[in-house]
Design a protein around this ligand. Structure first.
Ligand SMILES: *Cc1c(COP(=O)(O)O)cnc(C)c1O
Ligand SMILES: [Zn+2]
Length: 441
């Protein structure tokens, strides 16, 4: 069977492009593009057969199917040659039962999808494996691509730098100076990327990279590029697969540029279209209150949309005031009866710390999602019997400054409710014993 996919305008004007065209917006109406698939061809395999195939391939050694993304190759990017795939066996991240935290908040069926347990420590690897593979194919086919470029709040750049290095391609990375964590800054440096630290914010870097990539030999790797979404959509599929093909009631997602929520929605819609599931979960988008354009738009029933100037937030990867995928996200939220809520600095930091006390190690963005979850449960919007999955977007170890600041009590606008600083004691057995007795009492 031959499967096919192409780029198509999201605004429904019908304009199509090849996935190998260097184009990020519809040349007729300016809309973003989505990857569309030949669903009739995909329907020639039955839903139970797709499930069986995906299960057989999971973690197998047969290249490239052991990857959580490439195990679903026919649904993601059927055309690219296996030898041009650039994969580090991303995907298949843990979805674990957060039993203690769930019981504490009164939602015992609470699960955390650890998308940050990945090669570069965030879910961005899932989309980047697809984008970089397509670029490698284009280069192999003789297209004149000199480098792959992105603007980033720190995780996109880490993923691009790693996958480009694995493919032997040059990556060019535009970062807002002083606004990403030390770990995030050093990741692309280590991978040999050309790192440019600009005196602006993410939105400023995004504007420059869009101008830069008008030169078609510099290929744009931001999530504006629809290829990223194809890899990320496997998260929605993988969650359902991890529950033996049962659909949860809610998925809670921290959002910034709004690509990921749209991608996860696309994966779930494709499953429904192809008969693997017969209902959809509801989606909840969580924003930082200091960078909340989607939340503000939601308040108007998505009638109005205004970009905001994003303020400094601990959730630095979602410090975005003018999200590129706004239209895509609104479409998804309407189809999934979605809601949008926000979290303050105090709420996000304390939510992350509270979850850490039950054994997690949450990044600030996961803290945003958890804070929104707690509020939805308090409002009765999420019910005690609901099965809820929270998307944890990055690994906590990338945000050491956030953790240290929390437990030191030095974070601005945060009153730490779960601080646990180390006790400094003389090297004296009596002092040590006394401290332990006090802790146990
Ligand atoms: C990129 C990112 C997000 C936001 O995803 P969008 O697709 O931009 O909405 C959230 N959390 C982390 C850690 C990220 O790196
Ligand atoms: Zn169009």
């Amino acid at each position: 069977m031959s499967y096919n996919s192409w780029l198509e305008c999201v605004r429904g004007c019908g304009r199509r492009y090849s996935i190998y065209d260097v184009v990020y917006r519809c040349e007729d109406c300016g809309g973003l593009l989505n990857v569309e698939h030949d669903l009739e061809a995909l329907k020639t395999r039955s839903a139970p057969d797709w499930k069986k195939l995906f299960e057989q391939r999971a973690r197998s050694n047969e290249w490239p199917y052991g990857s959580g993304v490439w195990g679903k190759k026919e649904w993601v990017c059927p055309q690219v040659d296996d030898e041009n795939i650039v994969s580090m066996y991303e995907g298949h991240s843990n979805c674990f039962w957060a039993e203690r935290l769930g019981k504490e908040i009164g939602v015992p069926d609470l699960w955390i999808k650890l998308c940050g347990n990945s090669h570069t420590g965030s879910f961005k690897d899932l989309g980047m494996t697809v984008l970089v593979s397509v670029v490698k194919q284009m280069v192999a086919d003789g297209k004149p691509i000199r480098a792959v470029a992105c603007a980033s709040t720190g995780d996109t750049s880490a993923a691009l730098a790693a996958y480009a290095a694995a493919a032997g391609l040059l990556s060019v990375i535009l970062l807002p100076k002083g606004k990403v964590s030390t770990a995030q800054l050093v990741q692309p440096i280590a991978n040999g990327a050309q790192v440019l630290s600009l005196d602006t914010d993410f939105d400023g870097c995004m504007r420059i990279v869009q101008q830069l990539t008008e030169d078609k030999t510099l290929y744009l790797a931001n999530s504006m590029n629809a290829l990223r979404m194809e890899g990320q959509k496997t998260v929605g599929i993988e969650i359902v697969q991890q529950f033996d093909w049962e659909v949860p009631d809610w998925i809670v997602i921290p959002v910034g540029n709004l690509g990921n929520v749209s991608a996860i929605g696309n994966g779930l819609l494709m499953m429904k279209e192809l008969g693997l599931i017969d209902k959809l979960p509801r989606l909840a988008c969580a924003q930082a209150a200091r960078a909340n354009p989607l939340y503000l738009s939601y308040q108007t029933g998505f009638e109005e949309y205004k970009p905001v100037a994003a303020q400094k937030t601990l959730a630095s990867a979602i410090q975005i005031g003018d999200p590129v995928s706004y239209e895509r996200a609104v479409k998804a939220l309407k189809k999934f009866d979605g809601i949008v809520d926000q979290a303050t600095e105090d709420e996000l930091a304390n939510a992350a710390a509270r979850a850490d006390r039950t054994g997690m190690y949450c990044c600030p963005h996961t803290g945003v999602a958890l804070a929104v979850l707690f509020k939805m449960v308090e409002r009765g919007e999420i019910k005690t019997s609901d099965r809820v999955v929270v998307i944890s977007t990055a690994h906590g170890l990338k945000f050491t400054g956030f953790k240290v600041g929390y437990h030191d009590g030095t974070l601005e606008a945060v009153e730490a409710r779960y601080p646990n600083p180390p006790l400094e004691l003389p090297a004296d057995i009596d002092a040590v014993s006394a401290a332990i007795d006090q802790a146990i009492r």
